[in-house]
Design a protein around this ligand. Structure first.
Ligand code: UFG
Length: 336
């Protein structure tokens, strides 16, 4: 079976391509390298000892995307490509609406033209907005607190509308909680350009000494130690969820929605302490004010994914911390 992966060289995309190749799928990746690097291809091939087809194109380009469908018989698509920084989306909403919405619409249009009905879409827990209670379930009310979140919500709605008009269309929407960790080989992982916005990449840079200290955004939340609580999930667990989602999409029709999280919340300080302990490295930090837009706690009820997909997270917070550190140290060694 031939799977098209948009954004397949990115953080979650690259780990998913590894799982697909390891499970004997044929893979075609399209990626415009806007937030990834070409050496990811070699590293995926090193991990899997398998090759895949790569197109350096933008999903927003209808003609280029059509060429990919003409040259390959695509059975199913996993759509990761998109911008994903909350703060950047607030500063530059037009860029987010244009890129995330347009690419998804073009993709759906081309899939429709080529009669490809199976799609897995990369959504986010951000579509729950401020949750009414915890843990968060798939049937909770949806809202967005940033243009990034709005794009995810709008794309979910577009997919729902298309499935009304085309009963064969079978999108599986995956709402990720907080992805962290890296492949255990240390060959692929997350290393954002510039100063990281997210907690784990920031801690990784403090661990290597590239950044002096972590700023903990608030210790006066209503949580066990006052710092924000999130559902961190190992990127390899997340990647495996996509294979289950493809099976589901191939075997059923209509829209399906699943949370991909562990169901367990860890605070900022839990993460700092675990990282420090597992890797035996100090993580200096200071407490500063709350970050605008943050909520106190966010964690999934992942039982629907377990009941309907047979998927659940298996790797621990220790695994995430160990693999993240291994990856960033390998990156640093390679640079020096
Ligand atoms: N935090 C710090 N210091 C930092 C960075 C983060 O204390 O330097 C704290 C935050 O305040 C929060 C926690 O660490 O309590 C996690 O923050 P992240 O930025 O890593 O993640 P968020 O939960 O804010 O955002 C993530 C994804 C978004 C997604 C959102 C909701 O990055 O794409 O979850 O699902 F929209």
């Amino acid at each position: 079976m031939n799977i098209l992966v948009t954004g397949g060289l990115g953080f979650i995309g690259s780990h998913t391509v590894v799982e697909l190749l390891n499970n004997n799928y044929d893979v075609v990746v399209v990626d415009n390298l806007s937030n990834s690097t070409i050496d990811v291809i070699d590293n995926i091939e090193k991990i899997t000892s398998k090759k895949f087809k790569f197109y350096n194109i933008d999903v927003c380009n209808y003609d280029d995307l059509k060429t990919v469908f003409k040259e390959n018989k695509i059975d199913s698509v996993i759509h990761f490509a998109g911008y994903k920084a909350v703060g950047e989306s607030v500063d530059n909403p037009i860029m987010y609406y244009e890129n995330n919405l347009y690419s998804s619409i073009i993709l759906c249009k081309v899939m429709n033209e080529f009669n490809v009905n199976s799609l897995v879409f990369s959504s986010s827990a951000t579509v729950y907005g401020i949750p009414k209670s915890l843990p968060m379930k798939e049937d909770f009310p949806l809202s967005a607190t940033s243009p990034y979140g709005t794009t995810k919500l709008m794309i979910e709605n577009i997919l729902k509308d298309i499935s009304i008009s085309n009963p064969n269309f079978s999108p599986v929407i995956l709402r990720y909680f907080n992805p962290a960790g890296a492949h255990s080989s240390g060959l692929i992982g997350e290393n954002p350009k510039g100063i990281p916005n997210n907690l784990m990449p920031y801690i990784m840079r403090v661990a290597t000494g590239d950044l002096e200290e972590l700023s903990v955004f608030g210790n006066d939340y209503d949580t066990h130690d006052g710092t924000g609580v999130r559902d961190y999930i190992h990127v390899v667990d997340l990647a495996k969820g996509h294979l289950k989602a493809i099976e589901k999409s191939m075997n059923t029709s209509g829209v399906k929605v699943y949370n991909l999280g562990t169901g367990v919340g860890y605070s900022v300080l839990d993460l700092v302490n675990t990282f420090s302990k597992v890797n035996n490295v100090p993580i200096p930090y200071k407490i500063v004010g709350r970050r605008a837009g943050d909520i106190a706690s966010c964690y999934a009820d992942p039982s629907k994914a377990y009941n309907e997909l047979g998927w659940r997270a298996e790797l621990s917070m220790e695994d995430m911390c160990r693999d993240s550190y291994n990856f960033i140290m390998k990156q640093k060694e390679a640079k020096n």
